[in-house]
Design a protein around this ligand. Structure first.
Ligand SMILES: NC(=O)c1ccc[n+]([C@@H]2O[C@H](COP(=O)([O-])OP(=O)(O)OC[C@H]3O[C@@H](n4cnc5c(N)ncnc54)[C@H](O)[C@@H]3O)[C@@H](O)[C@H]2O)c1
Length: 288
């Protein structure tokens, strides 16, 4: 990796794949020096090599602190000006009594504890220097209920923790924000859809009728990291193609097809249990 003193350094957890990788690629294109942190060494090294960046192996399930690693990175690569915390795992959607506690713990440890350790290490160093920016990746699953009994609460806590840290470090010039993706078409999600392991309706049940692309999440992250967001801290920005605003439409028969008027309901949502109500022609479905 060539060192360029003009370049700002961005450390990204979970950057060997998916959203973190998309963030690394966009950041590189925008002139950042990228540091890839991931437990998948081969994939992480490959991304780092392609982007003339650095790779450091990190397994958030195996660490109790990240200060040592953060100090090593700052010594070997340079001061870290930005951090994106994207490392994450999913969980089965089973009932509470069927979810093994090891899985519950691993999800908490990766998402909530991992994001906290990264913020505490890099953010504290940034605050001591008087500047920096952090983006934590939460999820729409942290903003609505779902059968994800560890993932959902961990993501909700990340939104809360982001606000706490933003208040803590605002006076030190460190901004801390959160991005909450909706269903995002990463390679891993694509594989699950192909295997029938995920509901294919994730394509259609957002307001925009499609999934989010990883580079669209990256765009939001890089905006929040940049000086263009210089007055923004402590927020949670959903990047979800409008899933949050359209999912409650299930209670009213689902989304309409464009141009079909009030009386015609799209009936796209196969997860809906009841048939759409038969509204009188020309009437507008009420909100009661
Ligand atoms: N893809 C989606 O639909 C979606 C939606 C909302 C939120 N998210 C969140 O976005 C983030 C990225 O998800 P993604 O879809 O890109 O997933 P992904 O599986 O493609 O990438 C996750 C990365 O995190 C790494 N990782 C997992 N556990 C780790 C650990 N213990 N230590 C270090 N690295 C670890 C993996 O090796 C992988 O490279 C996650 O926090 C996820 O919860 C994803």
């Amino acid at each position: 990796m060539e060192r360029n003193s003009q370049q700002r350094t961005l450390a990204i957890t979970g950057a060997a794949n998916g959203i973190g990788e998309a963030c690394a690629r966009l950041a590189h294109a925008q002139g950042w020096r990228v540091v890839i942190l991931d437990r998948e060494a081969e994939a992480g090294q490959k991304v780092a090599d392609e982007l003339n960046g650095a790779f450091y192996p990190l397994d958030l399930l195996q660490v109790d602190e990240l200060r040592t690693l953060a100090a090593r990175i700052e010594g070997e690569v340079g001061q870290v000006h930005g951090v994106i915390n994207s490392a994450g795992i999913s969980q089965p959607t089973v009932a509470p009594d069927e979810l093994p506690l090891e899985i519950w713990d691993a999800v908490q440890q990766t998402h909530l504890r991992g994001t906290y350790l990264s913020c505490a290490a890099f953010g504290t160093a940034m605050a001591k220097r008087g500047g920096g920016s952090i983006v934590n990746i939460s999820s729409v699953a942290g903003m609505r209920s779902s059968p994800l009994y560890s993932y959902g609460p961990a993501k909700a806590a990340i939104i809360s923790m982001t606000a706490c840290l933003a208040a803590e470090w605002g006076g030190d010039g460190v901004r801390v924000n959160c991005v909450s993706p909706g269903f995002t078409r990463t390679a891993r999600v694509e594989r699950r859809l192909e295997l029938g392991d995920r509901d294919p309706n994730v394509y259609s049940n957002s307001a925009m009728g499609r999934m989010v692309e990883p580079n669209e999440v990256a765009d939001a992250c890089l905006f929040l990291l940049s000086d263009n967001a210089s007055a923004i801290t402590g927020i949670n920005l959903p990047v979800d193609c409008g899933w949050l605003v359209s999912s409650s439409w299930d209670n009213f028969g689902g989304k309409r097809s464009a141009g079909e008027g009030n009386a015609v309901l799209a009936g796209k949502r196969t997860r809906r249990k009841a048939a759409p109500p038969a509204y009188a022609s020309g009437s507008v479905p009420g909100n009661d």
